[in-house]
Design a binder for this molecule. Structure first.
Ligand SMILES: [Ca+2]
Ligand SMILES: [Ca+2]
Length: 145
């Protein structure tokens, strides 16, 4: 039976084909995409993505913006991830006591917490929020109901 030899040959050919397609250059590029070298993005807490300034909020994500009208530096937080906004660099400071505009594209209720005042507010799925003057730049923590 020479069958196994034929199979071995097929496997070796397939492997060679794979090596050609996903060569070292591609792998390096893929790794660079996943872990930007020397970027602060690597230090972000789990579940957090940095958005471009004023970027639209992706699906299934709670988004926060420094400036009214979903403008300025922004982050997205995946549903269920409790995040201390002090860990998110924003301008000269952090996202804590800095966020003016929100939108909840997640499917669960987010809770916006001002630790200084001991105040927690729900932000329902699909709900946008332009902070009223009294609560502008006050949220320190994001949790989920
Ligand atoms: Ca602000
Ligand atoms: Ca606060």
């Amino acid at each position: 039976m020479a069958n196994w030899k034929a199979r071995l040959l097929v496997s070796a050919t397939a492997l060679a084909a794979c090596a050609t397609v996903t060569g070292p250059a591609v792998s390096a590029a893929a790794q660079a995409a996943i872990v930007p070298a020397g970027s602060a993005a690597a230090d972000l807490p789990p579940g957090v993505v940095q958005l471009n300034d004023g970027e639209d909020c992706p699906p299934v994500t709670l988004c926060l913006y420094r400036d009214y009208g979903r403008q300025g530096p922004a982050y997205g937080i995946g549903a269920g991830y409790k995040v201390d906004l002090k860990q998110l660099p924003m301008g000269d400071g952090t996202a804590a006591n800095n966020v003016s505009s929100w939108v909840n594209h997640a499917r669960t209720v987010a809770v916006l917490i001002d630790a200084d005042e001991g105040r927690a507010r729900p932000l329902f799925p699909g709900q946008p929020l332009e902070e009223p003057e009294a609560t502008n730049d006050t949220v320190d923590l994001v949790d989920w109901a």
